[in-house]
Design a protein around this ligand. Structure first.
Ligand SMILES: Cc1cc2nc3c(=O)[nH]c(=O)nc-3n(C[C@H](O)[C@H](O)[C@H](O)COP(=O)(O)OP(=O)(O)OC[C@H]3O[C@@H](n4cnc5c(N)ncnc54)[C@H](O)[C@@H]3O)c2cc1C
Length: 379
């Protein structure tokens, strides 16, 4: 019997596999034949997220700030002396994380999809290649998780994203561009990220806006990039979960647990925060041979303390953003482009925006402006 079966060889699955393989037998089932492909990510990570991943992915560019374009033509620029984020090669990140887990002793079964499972005195797992049994199953199988529904964890919202790498070199390799408003990204924002000789152009939209491809097509056409597309990716982002993230012999992590920053859609850092907590709880539960829901619920509590509650608060800000129409965004943008406000915005840390938020909320005129909501769109 396997000690720990992990469904999904993405960053979340590989992070826990690397930690648990030191002391336990770990088998990772990955649906696709190659780790990291297809790529469904803009690859924008803070140094904190990169460090927490435990590997050094190829960095395509270092970003010092963002230019935000408002629907009415307004523009806000946030720039810092220090790097705010890096655009990384996401498939390289995934494969380096899997290599690290394998070096720690985890076994990877590629092209083997977890189809279903049942829990009794062990977990019976049925995959596309056969049947297995494990003491513990970790659902790290992304936004379409087959494991999460059985645990009872459901995202309150899913958004859709699509992006294209275009053969265009952005002049300023240190800044990325975002566009807000209903023309290109209802309910979210667009991004143009410099990646050396190509630019990653993408966007997410609210589910109710329909398939996002129509908006990307419009954006690429307006930018004159329609015939420069090298490759395209699309994906979904779950957020605002309800329900537990563990049950008898089962634990969830990453997109499967909707552990995503609701305003940016960033899921790598939350997974990296969750992984050591999950591994710690799983390790002691395996050691004491108590894999009951009660024992594993320590993970739920510790995750909430570490980040879960902050993500819930951030989701309230997303709801506020959704109530803003194009005119509200323009109004907020005008306020945010004031020199005194920009000076505060320039200091933003993308992983801990609350500090700059508090400073802004104390800023004269801020409360009335609605600009705080715009600020959160940058995070
Ligand atoms: C367009 C877009 C842009 C994004 N940009 C960013 C960004 O810039 N920064 C950021 O931090 N986050 C970003 N995200 C979010 C980020 O990609 C996810 O949060 C992150 O990939 C979650 O990691 P994960 O390991 O939980 O899931 P995944 O990366 O989805 O990995 C899950 C793995 O499980 C496998 N799998 C699925 N089902 C099964 C099964 N039944 N059996 C076996 N294997 C299975 C999949 O093949 C996959 O390899 C973006 C998302 C999208 C859609």
């Amino acid at each position: 019997m396997i000690d720990v079966a992990v469904a999904g060889g993405g960053p979340a699955g590989s992070a826990v596999a690397a930690l648990l393989a030191r002391d336990h037998g770990v088998m990772v089932f990955e649906d696709h034949p190659r780790i990291g492909l297809p790529e469904q990510c803009a690859g924008l990570l803070t140094d904190r997220a990169i460090e927490a991943s435990g590997v050094s992915p190829d960095v395509l560019s270092t970003l010092y700030g963002a230019e935000v374009l408002l629907p009415g033509g307004g523009r806000v620029e946030v720039r810092s002396e220090r790097p705010k984020a890096r655009a990384v090669d996401r498939s390289d990140l995934d494969s380096k994380m899997a290599d690290r887990a394998m070096a720690a002793g985890a076994e990877y079964r590629l092209s083997e999809k977890v189809r279903s499972f049942s829990v009794g005195s062990s977990v019976g797992i049925s995959t596309s290649a056969g049947d297995h049994s494990a003491r513990l199953l970790i659902g790290a199988d992304g936004h379409g998780s087959v494991v999460a529904p059985a645990v009872g964890c459901v995202p309150g919202e899913r958004i859709r994203g699509v992006q294209a790498d275009v053969a265009v070199r952005m002049e300023d390799q240190g800044m990325f561009r975002m566009r807000m408003g209903s023309r290109y990204a209802p309910g979210f924002f667009t991004w143009e990220i410099p990646c050396g000789d190509f630019t990653r152009v993408g966007l997410c939209t609210s589910w109710s806006a329909g398939p996002p491809y129509q908006y990307l097509k419009r954006l690429l056409s307006d930018l004159g990039y329609g015939d420069r597309v090298i490759r395209m990716h699309s994906g979904r982002i779950p957020m605002h979960p309800s329900g537990p993230i563990s049950s008898d012999r089962v634990m969830l992590i990453g997109d499967a647990a909707s552990q995503v920053k609701p305003v940016s859609g960033g899921g790598i850092l939350p997974s990296m925060v969750a992984a050591p907590i999950l591994a710690d709880v799983a390790h002691s539960a395996l050691a004491s041979d108590d894999l009951s829901a009660r024992r594993l619920s320590e993970y739920d509590r510790r995750w909430d303390d570490a980040m879960g509650r902050d993500l819930s608060k951030a989701y309230r800000l997303r709801r506020a953003l959704l109530r803003m129409d194009d005119r509200d965004l323009d109004r907020a943008g005008r306020y945010a482009s004031r020199d005194d406000v920009r000076a505060v915005l320039d200091g933003i840390d993308l992983d801990t925006p609350a500090d700059v938020m508090k400073a802004l909320l104390r800023h004269p005129g801020m409360a009335a402006s609605g600009a705080w909501t715009l600020l959160r769109c940058l995070i």
